[in-house]
Design a protein around this ligand. Structure first.
Ligand code: UD1
Length: 426
């Protein structure tokens, strides 16, 4: 198992370049299955989750080349419509191949996604939408089998019960080759949805409305190959902003789109952090006097649930009492006990956390339970007195490219260590 050892208390300084967005590239890679040729994707971050999606595409028969940050996927080579239990368990977002497989081949078979550390995360909205488009869906022997009668889905009107990101993406991808017009209302509005629309339209799809709550898709007969560069990762950018704030640092964030981060930027400014748009980047300047604020996670453009743990780490050292309401995932407070080990004063009641700010946190041994919880603990460690050891950092590797290298570039003292047992075996 690998761990981080972090010596806290060093103000971050310098500049950091944000990588391509994990949550944009995963649906784009799934959508490349729809192409009749080779798709080229640039700014693909070197992440564990992206590696898993590559394995899913290869399992389905695609040939995939990944060189540096460019990935080439040959979507004409698909030879299977089934994703194994093994790959579905590795990453829930593997379910994003459901829509493309079903619409292109008239059938798809996916192992049922298991539980998840941050909540139950069902797929009912994806499946209900596909059924509205005419798919016959059966759940048996741990698999979801979907078949489009006559080999083609029918365009239809779908109203999502909740603006689920994954369901919106799966249904957009399913609709691009369906017969006729599909209207998805109460759709998710995240920048990654707009990005998927842009990518699919470059391939020849006819989609409009992404970024609003109604998306319209006119089905076409086929999609061709294209080249695309992925948008920057707004959650990675927000994580570095929070790291700068907790260390009272002064950093410049390069390759970030501040328009995608308005809720996070507004909250940080309310806390007293200075955020200034400069030529080529965003400057973040910490303060000695972090103010307590209340945060409610909401679908975009609200405050992202993927930034909740990191902001909690910062609020643990704010002046005053803050309240965080987690409205997206029912179980996303796993970092609380670990932050408490570092001296944070946090009480949780259902989906509400009450955080009484302390003067400082103290370094100790903590364990990352999931991706963003891991990022939050690293941030807490950067701001804490003495050394913090963050265990299970494979979670952080799922979603942050070169995390410790980027932090070291900003002056942080952080190293990765690999635990060996007495035999010397890793
Ligand atoms: C995506 C992001 C994830 C982010 C989340 C919310 C990717 C790869 N992942 O996940 O980082 O935290 O959006 O912004 O983009 N739900 C249902 N039924 C469904 C689908 C979802 O009840 O069929 C519920 C979920 O349990 C959850 C909520 O809807 O409570 C939000 O989930 P969703 O927006 O679908 O998240 P993901 O697409 O899984």
């Amino acid at each position: 198992m690998e761990k981080y050892i972090i010596m806290g208390g060093i103000p971050l300084s310098g500049s950091v370049k944000i990588s391509g967005a994990k949550n944009a590239v995963l649906p784009i890679l799934a959508a490349s299955l729809l192409s009749s040729g080779v798709t080229t994707i640039n700014d693909v971050p070197r992440l564990k989750d992206v590696q898993v999606m590559k394995e899913v595409l290869e399992f389905l028969g695609c040939s995939v080349e990944w060189s540096g940050t460019t990935m080439k996927i040959d979507g004409s080579k698909v030879s299977s419509i089934e994703v194994s239990d093994f790959l579905m368990r590795k990453m829930r977002a593997s379910n994003l191949v459901m829509g493309p497989l079903l619409t292109k081949f008239g059938m798809a078979k996916l192992s049922f996604p298991g539980g998840c550390a941050i909540g139950s995360r069902p797929m009912d909205l994806h499946l209900k939408g596909l059924a509205t488009m005419g798919a016959k869906i059966e759940e048996r022997f741990g698999f979801i089998e979907a078949v489009a009668p006559g080999g083609r889905l029918e365009g239809s009107e779908i109203c999502l019960d909740f603006p689920s990101v994954g369901a919106t993406e799966n249904l957009m991808m399913a609709a691009v080759l369906a017969k006729g017009k599909t209207v998805i209302s109460n759709a998710a509005k995240e920048p990654e949805i707009v990005e998927l629309q842009n990518f699919l339209n470059k391939m020849g799809a006819k989609i409009s409305g992404a970024g609003t709550d109604v998306i319209t898709v006119i089905g076409v007969d086929g999609l061709s190959s294209t080249e695309h560069t992925v948008i920057p990762d707004r959650i990675e950018a927000g994580t570095f902003m929070t790291a700068a704030a907790i260390t009272k640092g002064n950093i410049k964030i390069l390759n970030a789109n501040i328009r995608h981060m308005e809720a996070v930027v507004a909250k940080l400014r309310e806390m007293g952090v200075k955020i200034i748009e400069e030529a080529g980047g965003i400057r973040v300047i910490g303060t000695d006097n972090i103010k307590a604020v209340d945060v409610k996670t909401m679908p975009y453009p609200g405050f992202p649930t993927d930034m909740q743990p990191q902001i909690m780490a910062l609020l643990a050292v704010a002046h005053g009492t803050s309240i965080i309401s987690e409205n997206i995932f029912e179980n996303r407070f796993k970092h609380v006990d670990e932050l408490r080990r570092m001296g944070a004063d946090i009480k949780v009641e259902g989906r509400i956390a009450v955080i009484k700010g302390k003067r400082s946190l103290s370094g100790t041994f903590v364990n990352a339970s999931d991706l963003r919880a891991g990022a939050a603990l690293a941030i807490a460690g950067l701001g804490a007195e003495d050394a913090t050891i963050v265990d299970s950092i494979y979670h952080i590797d799922r979603g942050y490219e070169n995390f410790e290298q980027k932090l070291r570039g900003l002056g942080a003292k952080i190293i990765r260590v690999t635990e060996t047992n007495r035999t010397g075996i890793k």
